[in-house]
Design a protein. Structure first.
Length: 211
């Protein structure tokens, strides 16, 4: 991972860690695994800053559980937090730290959050707009982080419209004031992160910066 990008993400994380203690326990860098762009995520974990976070999203891998366990073990080695996306059963089987809720897993949000809480899991959630964030803020006491995207044009969704800086900042501020740690996802590099440094983000999420 580019040292300057990691350093700036860490600076933003430290600057915005004056909220409740839980926000201070969340790292500056989140790696989102991906079946296609990061088929084998294990080598990428060594390139992350120590004590980063990994969200396991290999939904279609033929040996999904086995790979999840290998990623979990690697996260333990490097001190990374390990979240599983959209599969609380897998998250509990391999002793994940948390559950990530993408859009498709938010249709029964109240139940998902109650189940995560009963299993002792932290929770992160995807956010793409104001109405979605407003709904998540109703349950702010059960959500630790939101990953706001797309902050910039991204390889994952070529040609897709990204959020304006104004809207991104608004979303980040609303989440921060609710006690939820906001992260920026989508086309993140050092130059782009400089453009977001006025927002109260806790760090960055992505795939490309670790490949």
């Amino acid at each position: 991972m580019e040292p300057n990008l990691a350093k700036l993400a860490r600076q933003l994380n430290l600057r915005n860690a004056d909220r409740p203690p839980l926000l201070r326990s969340l790292p500056a860098v989140i790696l989102m695994t991906d079946d296609h762009r990061l088929a084998d995520p294990i080598p990428a974990l060594a390139r992350l800053p120590l004590r980063s976070m990994v969200i396991y999203r290999h939904y279609n891998h033929p040996d999904r559980d086995k790979l999840a366990w290998r990623v979990r073990q690697a996260c333990r080695k490097y001190g990374h937090l390990f979240f599983v996306s959209a599969d609380i059963a897998l998250a509990t089987r391999i002793a994940a730290h948390g559950l990530h809720l993408p859009d498709r897993a938010q249709s029964h949000l109240r139940h998902a959050l109650q189940t995560a809480q009963s299993c002792g899991l932290m929770v992160s959630a995807s956010v793409h707009g104001l109405s979605q964030l407003n709904w998540l803020r109703v349950f702010a006491h059960n959500i630790d982080a939101v990953i706001i995207s797309p902050a910039f044009a991204t390889q994952s969704h070529p040609g897709a419209k990204h959020l304006s800086h104004q809207i991104f900042n608004q979303l980040a501020c609303l989440a921060y004031r609710a006690g939820i740690a906001p992260y920026a996802l989508g086309g993140i590099n050092y130059k782009h992160l400089l453009q977001l440094k006025s927002a109260p983000i806790s760090g960055i999420a992505g795939i490309g910066f670790a490949t």
